[in-house]
Design a protein around this ligand. Structure first.
Ligand SMILES: C[S@@+](CC[C@H](N)C(=O)[O-])C[C@H]1O[C@@H](n2cnc3c(N)ncnc32)[C@H](O)[C@@H]1O
Length: 260
């Protein structure tokens, strides 16, 4: 069973350490950080790379770079993620969300905002998040609701087991390249229950510095999904929920794929 967070101390501003991370709650705000005295530096060709926890200095480790980017930005991202209303975010697919208790996996769950929202509605939710800084903060922030947490990552999701009525990938597909997307789609098919659904949001427009994204064309995702036996049941455009991203020209396509 993946770990759940130990109970939060009653004294709100006292820092707690989980897996070497300092988790603090201060006036209702949770931050998670790893003390990093001096990052090691490695030379690779003419470029210098910071070699860190997720890190590798080779181009083959692009996923690691993205995860390190999220880890580095976690103190600012945690409150930003938590400020988004899941009810508004999921409006483009709201009518497709299960209304009876279901088994749901939120992959690339961030702080577990959506996982907590769904668990609060009586669903059994697995939140899959590979970045410690986000996952551990989420465990603390949402300890009042029963979420199962898992440290695993796309495209292979090697730890993840089971069969899910709904798999959610909100704002993560843009970090995969085409080869990874194909592999991920195959894995999602294996994890989808017979009458299950996969919901994916695709980001369009600029990415954030340090968190590389790839162009995510809806027609490519549809083609990959249908090649795995899914049927496309929704394709809908949406503006960004975050004012800064909206101003920068970020928009989204919501896709839903069903079986049978
Ligand atoms: C933009 S955030 C979205 C978080 C959350 N789903 C939300 O809507 O607020 C992208 C999330 O995907 C995670 N992520 C990035 N690459 C991933 C991968 N290869 N596998 C799983 N999660 C990944 C990041 O750590 C981050 O939590």
């Amino acid at each position: 069973m993946p770990p759940t967070a130990p109970p939060m101390a009653d004294v709100p501003s006292e820092p707690r350490a989980i897996n070497g991370l300092r988790i603090r709650r201060f006036h209702g705000v949770v931050t998670a950080g790893r003390p990093r005295p001096q990052p090691r530096m490695a030379l690779a060709g003419r470029r210098r790379h910071s070699v860190d926890r997720y890190g590798s200095s080779t181009g083959a480790a692009m996923t690691d770079d993205v995860l390190q980017g999220y880890a580095d930005a976690a103190p600012g991202l945690i409150p930003r993620f938590e400020a988004i209303s899941p009810a508004l975010l999921y409006r483009p697919v709201n009518d497709l969300l299960p209304t009876i208790p279901s088994r749901i996996a939120d992959i690339g769950a961030g702080t577990g905002r959506d996982a907590a929202w769904l668990a609060g509605q009586g669903h059994r939710v697995l939140a899959v998040e590979p970045v410690d800084e986000l996952r551990l903060a989420g465990m603390v922030l949402h300890e009042a609701v029963p979420i199962q947490w898992l440290d695993d990552r796309l495209p292979d999701l090697v730890q993840m087991q089971g069969s899910f009525d709904l798999l959610l990938l909100s704002a993560v597909w843009q970090h995969l390249d085409d080869r990874e997307r194909q592999c991920a789609m195959r894995r999602l098919r294996q994890l989808t229950a017979p009458a299950g659904l996969v919901i994916i949001s695709l980001r369009h427009g600029p990415g954030a510095p340090g968190r590389r994204i790839h162009v995510a064309a809806p027609e490519d995702a549809v083609r990959m999904a249908e090649a795995e036996g899914f049927v496309t049941v929704r394709q809908k455009q949406a503006d960004s929920m975050q004012p800064g991203n909206r101003a920068a020209g970020v928009s989204w396509t919501w896709l839903a794929f069903g079986l049978g």
